[in-house]
Design a protein. Structure first.
Ligand code: FAD
Length: 488
C-alpha cells in the first residue's frame, strides 16, 4: 500500500489518519508532544480534571461519521448528551438570560427578560438558517480551490444567491437591524468569537453560527472534551494507523517539486504523501524554510484570529446558579473588541466565559467543589508584556465574578493553572497563539485561507484549524474530509 505521513496529532491529523487508513493507506502520524490532541488535551491537578482547550462541542455528526465510515457503531465508542439549557448569560445590569435549546422557549425567555419580542428571535434564526443553506456546501464541505467545486449545480445555485448571505455589512450592524435591545445585540455579536473574530468587522455572513448551535445543538461528551481525542486515536489505531510521539518533524523533504518524506529525529522517513496538521505558517517557515519561493506570501500574511487567556481554578464550593457554560458580559462590548483588535491589549472589564465540566461529570472535581475553566478573549501574541497583562486581567476577572455572583471568589481558589497566547503557541505550534488560524474579519477571509493541497508541491496536503475551511473542531474534521477527497 501507499504510505501517508501525517505531521501532528491534532484532531484534524487524527481524523485524516482515520480516513486514509480506511482507504487502505499505510498511515504514520508523527507528533512533537508526548500526547495526542494538540489543543484538544486535558490535565489533572490536585484532584481536579480540566479540559485544556475546547469546551463547546457542536456538530457531533462529524465525529460519528468517522466511526460509521469504519463500520462501527459510534455510541459503542463515544457518547454525548444534548445540552438544554445551552448556556447562562449574566449582564452587568443584573439581567440574567438562559439560552434554552428549544428556540420557542428561548424566544419567550428573551421577551421576558429584555422585552425584545420573541418574534424577532424567530426571524433572526430564519435568516441564520437561510445563510447556512446557501453557504454550507460551498464554504465548508468542499475545497474552494478546485474548479470542480464551481462546476457543480448546487454551488452555482449558491453563487447566484450570494447577495443573500449579507457579506457587505458587519455582524454587529446586521444584529442591530434585527434587535433594539443592546443586550440581545451583544448576545448575537458574541458568536463572532466562535472563530476568534471581531463582530464590528466580521461580515454578517457569520450570523450563520447561531444556527449551527441552535439547529444542530450543543453537546457534552460523557468523558469530557478529551474523550473526542482519546476515542478517535483508539479508532485510528484499531485501523492500523501508527502514532509516534516525541517526534518533532523538522523538515518536509522534497525531490524536485514532489514530496519525498519528512525529517524526524535525525533521519528521513520516506512516504508517498505528506499531510501537515501543523499550523500553515509554521509549516512553511519551519518545515519548508529552504524553499522561500514556494511560500504563498499573501496567504501567510493574513491577520490571525484572537487568542485566549485561561485560568483553570479548582473552586472549593459549588454554585447552583451556574451551569456547564456561563457568560459574564462586559458592559461595553465595543470597547472590549477595540482593546483586543486595535490596541492589542486587554480591557479592564472583559467578557468572561466560565465552563464547569463537573456540572455534567461530577468526578472532575472533589465532592461539593467545581473545576472552573475561566477564559477571556485576548489578542494574538505580538510580544506584549503578558505577565503584567495577565496579573491585571486576573484582578478584573475576580472582581467581576465576585460582583456578579455575590461571593469573594479569590478565597475559594484551591488550585490554579494558567494558559496564555505564549503557551498556546509553544505547546501546539500555533502561530501567535491564535485559536482558529486566520481571522474572519473580512468578507474575503474564506477565500484567503490556505487550500488543503499545495498547488506547487506534489503530494503535499494540509488539514487543521489554520487552513480551509477554518478553526474549531467541526471545521477541522471537515478539513480532513476534504483532504481525503483530494487524495482520491
Ligand atoms: P492542533 O490542536 O493545533 O494540533 C496540532 C498538533 O500538531 C499539535 O499536537 C502539535 O504538537 C503538532 N505539531 C505541530 N508541529 C509539529 C511538527 N513539526 N512535528 C510534529 N508534530 C507537530 N473549538 C471548538 O470547536 N470549540 C471550542 O469550544 C473551542 N474552544 C477553544 C479554546 C481554546 C483555549 C483553544 C486553544 C481552542 C479552542 N477551540 C475550540 C479550537 C480548537 O481547539 C481547534 O480549532 C482545534 O482543536 C485545532 O485542531 P488542529 O487539528 O488544527 O490541531
Amino acid at each position: 500500500p501507499k504510505k501517508a505521513l501525517i505531521i501532528g496529532a491534532g484532531v484534524a491529523g487524527i481524523a485524516a489518519a482515520i480516513r486514509l487508513a480506511i482507504k487502505g493507506y499505510e498511515v504514520e502520524v508523527y507528533e512533537t508532544n508526548s500526547y495526542p490532541g494538540g489543543k484538544l488535551n486535558q490535565f489533572e491537578q490536585d484532584g481536579y480534571r480540566f479540559d485544556a482547550g475546547p469546551s463547546l462541542f457542536t456538530m457531533p455528526q462529524y465525529v460519528d461519521e468517522l466511526f460509521e465510515l469504519a463500520g462501527k457503531k459510534p455510541s459503542d465508542y463515544f457518547r454525548y448528551q444534548k445540552l438544554d439549557p445551552v448556556c447562562k448569560y449574566f449582564y452587568e445590569d443584573g439581567t440574567r438570560l438562559i439560552a434554552y435549546a428549544d428556540f420557542n422557549k428561548f424566544g419567550s425567555e428573551v421577551q421576558a427578560q429584555t422585552g425584545e419580542p420573541a418574534h424577532s428571535v424567530k426571524l433572526y434564526f430564519e435568516n441564520s438558517s437561510r445563510i447556512y443553506n446557501i453557504t454550507n456546501h460551498v464554504f465548508l464541505e468542499r475545497s474552494l480551490h478546485r474548479l470542480k467545486t464551481y462546476l457543480r449545480w448546487d454551488t452555482l445555485k449558491s453563487v447566484f444567491r450570494f447577495g443573500k448571505i449579507d457579506a457587505f455589512r458587519s455582524m454587529h450592524r446586521a444584529n442591530q437591524s434585527f434587535f433594539k435591545d443592546k443586550r440581545i445585540v451583544q448576545f448575537f455579536d458574541r458568536y463572532a468569537t466562535y472563530n476568534g473574530s471581531n463582530p464590528y468587522h466580521a461580515p454578517a455572513t457569520l450570523n450563520v453560527i447561531p444556527h449551527l448551535e441552535q439547529h444542530f445543538g450543543a453537546y457534552f461528551p460523557e468523558g469530557g472534551m478529551y474523550s473526542i481525542t482519546s476515542g478517535l486515536v483508539k479508532l485510528a489505531e484499531s485501523l492500523g494507523a501508527k502514532f509516534h510521539y516525541n517526534c518533532p518533524v523538522t523538515e518536509i523533504v522534497l525531490d524536485g517539486k514532489t514530496v519525498k518524506g519528512i525529517w524526524v529525529n535525525e533521519r528521513i522517513i520516506e512516504g508517498d504523501m505528506v499531510v501537515s496538521n501543523m499550523d500553515i505558517w509554521f509549516t512553511y517557515h519551519k518545515l519548508l524554510k529552504a524553499y522561500p519561493s514556494l511560500h504563498p506570501q499573501k496567504i501567510l500574511s493574513q491577520e490571525r484570529s484572537s487568542s485566549a487567556l485561561i485560568f483553570y481554578w479548582g473552586i472549593k464550593q459549588s454554585f447552583k446558579e451556574l451551569d456547564l457554560h456561563n457568560i459574564f458580559f462586559s458592559a461595553d462590548y465595543e470597547a472590549e473588541f477595540d482593546h483586543i483588535w486595535q490596541q492589542k491589549a486587554i480591557c479592564d472589564d472583559p467578557t468572561v466565559y466560565l465552563n464547569i465540566s463537573s456540572k455534567y461529570k461530577p468526578n472532575d472535581a472533589p465532592g461539593d467543589c467545581e473545576n472552573w475553566f475561566v477564559m477571556i478573549n485576548v489578542p494574538a501574541n505580538a510580544g506584549q508584556d503578558w505577565d503584567s497583562l495577565i496579573a491585571r486581567a486576573r484582578e478584573s476577572i475576580l472582581n467581576k465574578l465576585s460582583r456578579l455572583l455575590g461571593k469573594d471568589i479569590s478565597k475559594l481558589i484551591a488550585t490554579e493553572s494558567i494558559l496564555d497566547p505564549r503557551s498556546i503557541e509553544s505547546r501546539t505550534s500555533s502561530y501567535q497563539g491564535s485559536l482558529y488560524g486566520t481571522s474572519s474579519n473580512s468578507q474575503f477571509a474564506a477565500f484567503l485561507r490556505h487550500a488543503n493541497r499545495s498547488s506547487k508541491i506534489k503530494e503535499l496536503y494540509f488539514c487543521g484549524g489554520s487552513v480551509h475551511p477554518g478553526g474549531g473542531i467541526p471545521l477541522c474534521l471537515l478539513s480532513a474530509k476534504i483532504v481525503s477527497g483530494l487524495i482520491d
